[in-house]
Design a protein around this ligand. Structure first.
Ligand code: PLP
Length: 421
């Protein structure tokens, strides 16, 4: 083999090296016939995952929504990639950088349920969504529908589009406890006018954990000729779905949240016939307007983060999407079911299991959300985040796979005693 080809093969092989945790993987193999819903309550089994994390002893972390930091096997992989790229330097960047990214994108597309030529890896959800929001061909008078519960940075981007192009933002408010999907769909439907160009909608509202009926919203919107941009920052690798089944136009997600990649990884799906409708954030040499690459110019960036996406997919697939979703939903129901009937405790997340997963939001009558977060941390060593806008006033509670039911018992005790105080 030619020497250069040999080196290239070695570099390419690097992205596929197994993650090196065979005894752990064996535990999953041993449980492969146990239904996901049964395994969800098997604390001893999930404790093996917990053992793969180094956790701070100072507090119980119930704020995993911002960043799902890495378990040790993934952290080690990330460090290996940093070392390798640092060793090869420009040689890596000039030889297999793009080929590796292409391979990883193709694998990610398989997990996301879309075609590889409709997906790009970005730095985060914000970059993905803002590329679409800022890059559409807006005309003065166009209308865009969004909710007060959508993420602030996207609402800010729409405000910029409003100031820049004369687009009108139509705001609606999503109820915390909808009666059914139709109530949500008609909220969006009633906001549509003949000027509506786009709906922005969250797959999971980040401050309450409510999952919205995206497929039904998209079907309704398309009947009226309106495009739908979905903010899936919290949905991907959290609960199961395939992007293609959602019938949306654009879908953005973070990878550093539920897929547990290192910080600085996101993705953007653009349905094939929409690729030409978006002006790229950074112009690329790809001049074919139908090729997704034209939206993926990044400049030089931390390629070792991209490489670790492959390992994070290994880890995710070893756990299994169904098992992960079932355990996360179990953990949320475990604590919410213990406090839902307490009249002083307010849950801002629907009780219906299909409308939530790991995340829920809780307030206490008479305690400001910021004070609640402070008291949970200072008096009970529970770390959360206070939310106090739109119709959501409380602390967001976001466990992860390493969270134990004993920690949640401690949290429930803390909530109950604060509610009494
Ligand atoms: C609903 C939602 N959208 C967008 C974002 C921004 O994500 P990123 O930090 O990946 O840009 C977040 C972050 O928490 C979010 O919760």
């Amino acid at each position: 083999m030619h020497k250069r080809q040999f080196i290239k093969n070695v570099l390419l092989a690097g992205i596929g090296t197994p993650i090196g945790m065979s005894s752990f993987a064996q535990s999953f193999e041993n449980k492969k016939n146990v239904p996901a819903n049964t395994l969800a309550s098997d604390d001893a089994f999930w404790n093996e995952i917990r053992n793969q994390y180094i956790l701070k002893p100072d507090y119980i972390n119930l704020e995993n929504g911002y960043y799902n930091f890495l378990p040790q096997p993934l952290l080690n992989k990330f460090i290996e990639h940093i070392k390798e790229v640092n060793l090869q330097g420009s040689y890596y960047m000039r030889t297999v950088q793009f080929e590796n990214k292409k391979k990883i994108t193709a694998r990610l597309a398989g997990v996301a349920g879309c075609s590889a030529d409709e997906l790009i890896i970005t730095r985060n959800t914000t970059e993905s969504l803002d590329m679409v929001i800022g890059g559409l061909d807006w005309k003065a008078g166009d209308e865009a529908i969004m909710a007060y519960q959508d993420y602030g940075a996207m609402l800010d981007m729409f405000e910029q589009v409003q100031n820049r192009y004369g687009v009108k933002r139509i705001m609606l408010s999503v109820p915390n406890h909808p009666k059914n999907d139709e109530e949500i769909v008609s909220l969006y439907q009633n906001a549509i006018s003949e000027k509506t160009k786009v709906i922005l909608v969250s797959h999971m509202i980040n401050i309450s954990g409510q999952i919205l009926p995206i497929r039904k919203i998209c079907d309704m919107a398309h009947e009226k000729g309106v495009q739908v941009i979905v903010d899936g920052a919290h949905a991907f690798a959290h609960f199961q779905f395939k992007i293609e089944d959602l019938n949306c136009d654009y879908y953005a997600a973070a990878l550093h949240k539920w897929l547990s990649t290192p910080l600085g990884a996101g993705m953007l799906y653009v349905r094939k016939d929409n690729i030409k409708k978006v002006w790229p954030l950074l112009a690329d040499g790809e001049k074919d307007v139908n090729k997704i690459n034209r939206l993926n110019h990044t400049g030089t960036h931390p390629v070792h983060t991209d490489l670790t996406i492959n390992d994070s997919i290994d880890y995710f697939e070893m756990i299994g999407a169904e098992r992960k979703e079932a355990r996360l939903r179990y953990l949320q129901n475990y604590w919410t079911s213990k406090v839902r009937s307490n009249l002083k405790i307010v849950l801002n997340t629907p009780a219906d299991a299909s409308r939530s997963c790991a995340i829920a939001n809780v307030g206490i009558e008479g305690i400001e959300p910021a004070d609640l977060a402070k008291r949970l941390l200072n008096e009970h060593q529970v770390f959360t985040v206070a939310i106090d806008y739109a119709n959501i006033r409380g602390c967001r509670i976001c466990p992860n796979l390493y969270t134990t039911t004993a920690e949640l018992d401690h949290f429930v005790k803390a909530l109950t005693s604060l509610a009494k105080s």
